[in-house]
Write a protein that binds this ligand. Sequence first.
Ligand code: NAP
Length: 280
Amino acid sequence: MSALLLDGKKLASTSEIEIAKEVSELKSYGINPTLATILVGNDPASETYVRMKRNTCKRVGMESIAVELPESTTTDELLNTINDLNKDNSVHGILLQHPVPSQIDERKCFDAIDINKDVDGVTCLGFGNMAMGLNAYGSCTPAGIIRLIQYYKLDIEGLNAVVVGRSPILGKPMAMMLLNLNATVTICHSRTTNIEKIIKNADLIVGAVGIPRFIKTEWVKQDAIVIDAGFHPEKCGDIDLDDMTNISSAYTPVPGGVGPMTINTLILHTMQSAKKLIKD
Ligand code: NAP
C-alpha cells in the first residue's frame, strides 16, 4: 500500500493564488492588508523566518512592515512597539518572532498584542477562545496542520491522537485543535514515561518535539496518520519518515509538509483580519 502524501507545499501554493485574489479585491475597497513583523536581536534562523514571511506577503500583494529591534531591547521597549502597532489602523496583523532575547518577558509581550491583530495565535486570550471552539486565529503551525488534514478529508473523529510536545505555539494548541475535531488526545512531553508504548498505540501522531528523528519508524502503527512538524538543518523532521509510504496511511514529508503551511496560514489570517474591516 502506498500512503497518501500530505503535500503542504502544493496546498500552500494553491492557497497563495486564492489569497492573492482576495488581497486584490480588498485593495479595491481601499484596504491594503498589512502584516507587521517584529524581530528582536540577530538570531540567523529568526531572520530567515521573518524574511520568508515578508517574501510571502510580497508574492500575494500584501504589505509588510519590518520592525527590527536590537538584542538589548527591554520588555517595556518591546511593549511600546507593540502598543504603537496595535493603534496603527494600517496594520492588520502583528507577528512577534519567537524566541525573543532572554531578558524580555515574552509572554507579557505576546499578550500585549491586540486580539484582533493576533494572526499568529500567540495570546492567552486567543488560545482560550480557540480551545473553547470560539472564533480565534489559531497558532499558525497547528492551524496549518488542521488545514492539511481537512484539505485531504482525513476523518480524525474518534482517532487516538498522540501529540509529542507541549509548547505554547505548537503542542498545546495542536492538542486542543485535535480535541475540537473529536479526536481522543494524549500529549507527551519530556517527563512522559513509556512514550514508545503510547506512540505505538496512536492512530494519528504529531511530532512536535524538536529532536531530529526522535520518533522511530518501528514505533509507528500500521496505517497511522503521521504529521511531522519538526524541521532540522539536516533536512529531517522529528519523526524517522523512512518507509512511511508503506507504514502510514498518510504522512507529511519533510521538507514540503507542515513548514509551508505555517507561513501560508499566517498570511491567510492577516488577509482575514483585513477582510473583517469590510463587514464591520
Ligand atoms: P519546544 O518549544 O522546544 O518544545 C519541545 C517540546 O518537546 C516540549 O514540550 C518538550 O517537553 C518536548 N520534549 C523535549 N524532549 C522530549 C523528550 N525526550 N521526550 C518527549 N518530549 C520531549 O519546540 P517547538 O517550538 O514546539 O518546536 C517543536 C518542533 O517543531 C521543532 O522541531 C521545530 O523546529 C518545529 N517547528 C516547526 C515549525 C514550522 O513552521 N514547521 C514551527 C514551529 C516549530 P517539556 O515541555 O517537558 O520540556
